[in-house]
Design a protein around this ligand. Sequence first.
Ligand code: ADP
Ligand code: MG
Length: 401
Amino acid sequence: MSTHLPLLPGTLIDGRPATLGVLGGGQLGRMFVHAAQAMGYETVVLDPDPASPAGRVSHHFIQADYRDASGLAELALRAHAVTTEFENVPAESLAQLAAKLPVAPMAEAVAIAQDRIREKAHFARCAAASGVAPAAHAAIERPADLAAVPEMLLPGILKTARLGYDGKGQAHVATRAELAAAWERLGQVPCVLEQLLPLAAECSVIVARGRDGQAVSLPPQRNLHRDGILALTDVHDGNLPAAQARQAELATQRIAAELDYVGVLCVEYFLLRDGRLVVNEMAPRPHNSGHYSIDACEVSQFELQVRTLAGLPLAEPRLRGAALMLNLLGDLWWGADGLPRTPPWAELLALPGAHLHLYGKREARRGRKMGHLTFTGPDAAGVREQAQRAATLLGLEAFRR
Ligand code: ADP
Ligand code: MG
């Protein structure tokens, strides 16, 4: 059995409907499944959780660990092409699947994105051409590296090289003593120490790149984080200074091209107070900051993921008007009185331009991503006004820096 690209939706291949597979069953997988199904594909999801958000909406579901050989074999049998939805999927699993069927992104690109040391080295390689460098940093892999840390990296942020997300696996350190203590607390695993930078804003760019090298990108997103977790994404003409927005777009294209990347890639940037743009990290998949594209762009990041995987043409994901996305964390399932509640969905949906997305997670926990709410409209001021109303209804401090 072999897959010929493009893999056309709604066709039969060896007697079975064209089927797209995804490793990982979280909300990103769920929105990928929705996009694939809307286009006429069947879907198969592999995840260890029997109640995973994506598994529950997919045609087929394989309950297995991401490294489980028989689970991966079944995925390879059911799917005609496979993608991934989370960053820490074992790169070896992708490599195993790639021996049998088209896989995007490739294991090598995912492996680089999984390791902050390799990721920063890739960014530094691209910087000569793009003019956008990573923060000054040093790898901390053995005790001797602590003493060799240059003074200019303090105060800094120590980040584990692997498995960090939403601000986890990080520590702010002001002195060498704090650095040593923090590395100890992080278990002396390989880390990166980077200089603490004076941020004026944060932004991200999502690029989709096909096997033929064709690439399209979403407009640069301005992001606001709270407690290390994305709280708000704001997208409209003028959301960022035009020169830096353009620079971020070009740098992202370069970063994807140098990886010979296939699929959807998100690159995060810092805009510093002196106007300098710094590249922070990348995610080899659709990104939370691109969820607005479902309701606000001609093509969403998830449809682009489908298209890159299936070898279909990539359309420009032009933004229609303005959009503002609020993340809905599990905290909202408790009221100001500390009692459990259902957030006021009916009132929220009465606001013009509101689009509600809930991920079908049964249990709300503090800090857990339960869904998002996107506001769309013709102009940024109107969209912001409605989003601000929603934040008030939710008791959300989304707009405070
Ligand atoms: P994660 O994988 O948790 O998203 P990030 O590297 O993006 O890790 O860091 C999380 C947040 O911490 C960033 O969005 C930014 O607000 C802040 N941050 C990270 N690195 C720096 C830095 N070098 N200087 C200032 N703030 C930083
Ligand atoms: Mg980040």
